[in-house]
Write a protein that binds this ligand. Structure first.
Ligand code: KG4
Ligand code: ZN
Length: 342
């Protein structure tokens, strides 16, 4: 990979992020979260996200450059996430990166957000990318991918309805917990009884590598309706019940993710399993996947904690790997909200 200096922007959803990577050294990785702006809506509102990116991006960019202690002229390549994501959010980061590339006469590199997640377990070791079966679990995606090398990906399976992170967010909303729901549910699940509610493990024996989480979400809704039918009007759910629902729900999601990932790894005869995406910061998921891999004689590699939820360091890393192979994009390359990985 050499010591090329890459500046990357990530604005595919509601985080405004800028990172500067020189060789293996992460000189800066700044993220401005918009969580507060979207919390009252219980999800990301595209118009609000793009307006916030416009406000945050120049400040985050300046602060990353300052922290890195470099001059913009020292950057060898400007990169940005070009999809998948919200069109009006992607546009902001990509336009800034293209503008910098044009102004400073440097190359521009468009990066697939999912490739950023997918390669993040190897960060920052550019020489270490090995064939693997990868579970990418985020708010927008639940994918099982066979990685044969940089840019050589085969989709094995994906969710047929809700993404795993989306299920965490929707169940959290039903429980009156704040957005994003993943960390809230994980915190409560720690004290809960995961056997109290019997939630379904959908598609465990479907014979393919796909997932489904909407039935699980509906089961939680029914369980809540049943509980409120037996409580007094206006009575709030007891915190212990909320903890038990969180533990039972999280247990169901994790069991399906882990068992299907191990099955895919065995089918594809790989020796390495990787894990990335926002949901992969869940400690229980990391622990259970690592244990199941160990039992199956597989190695497990999870994304570094700081690189699980959306960030620009993973985009800079994917860009650096491509740049080192002489791959660059033209500034005419458009964003694509539905950009596929494989
Ligand atoms: O990768 P990410 O930041 O954004 C997308 O590309 O979607 O993932 C965000 C998702 C949200 O759905 C959030 O609830 C989930 O990751 N998440 C978690 C945890 N932390 C974040 N899910 C489960 N447990 C967590 N600790
Ligand atoms: Zn993401």
């Amino acid at each position: 990979m050499g010591t090329a200096t890459i500046l990357a922007l990530e604005t595919s959803c509601d985080e405004t992020a800028v990172a500067i990577l020189r060789g293996r050294e992460l000189l800066a990785s700044e993220v401005a979260s918009q969580t507060a702006a979207h919390e009252s809506y219980g999800g990301v509102v595209p118009e609000v996200a793009s307006r916030n990116h416009l406000v945050h991006a120049p400040r985050v960019l300046n602060s990353a450059v300052e922290r890195a202690g470099i001059a913009l002229e020292e950057v060898d390549c400007f990169a940005a996430t070009s999809g998948p994501g919200l069109a009006t959010s992607l546009m902001i980061g990509a336009s800034i990166a293209k503008g910098l590339a044009l102004g400073l006469r440097k190359p521009y590199l468009a990066v697939n957000h999912l490739e950023g997640h997918l390669l993040s377990p190897f960060f920052p070791r550019e020489d270490a990318i090995e064939p693997n079966v990868s579970l990418v679990v985020s708010g927008g995606h639940t994918l099982l991918i066979e990685v044969r090398g940089l840019g050589d990906y085969r989709l094995l399976g994906q969710t047929v309805d809700d993404a795993a992170g989306e299920a965490f967010d929707k169940v959290a909303k039903m429980l009156g917990l704040s957005y994003p729901g993943g960390p809230e549910i994980e915190r409560r699940a720690r004290h809960g009884d995961d056997a109290r509610f019997e939630f379904p493990r959908s598609m465990l024996d479907s014979g393919d590598h796909n997932f489904s989480f909407s039935g699980l979400k509906t089961s939680v809704r029914y369980a809540l309706a049943k509980l409120s039918a037996t409580s007094r009007p206006g009575e709030r759910l007891n915190p212990k019940i909320i903890e038990d629902i969180c533990a039972s729900f999280q247990g169901a999601v994790i069991e399906v993710l882990v068992r299907k990932t191990i099955a895919a790894a065995k089918t594809r005869r790989t020796s390495l399993v990787t894990l990335s995406g926002g949901v992969s910061c869940n400690k229980e998921l990391r622990g259970q996947l690592a244990a199941a891999c160990h039992e199956a004689g597989l190695r497990a590699l999870a994304a570094p904690n700081a690189l699980t939820t959306d960030n620009a360091a993973m985009i800079a890393f994917a860009a650096a790997l491509r740049f080192a192979r002489g791959l660059v994009s033209g500034v005419a390359e458009e964003i694509d909200p539905n950009l596929a990985l494989a």
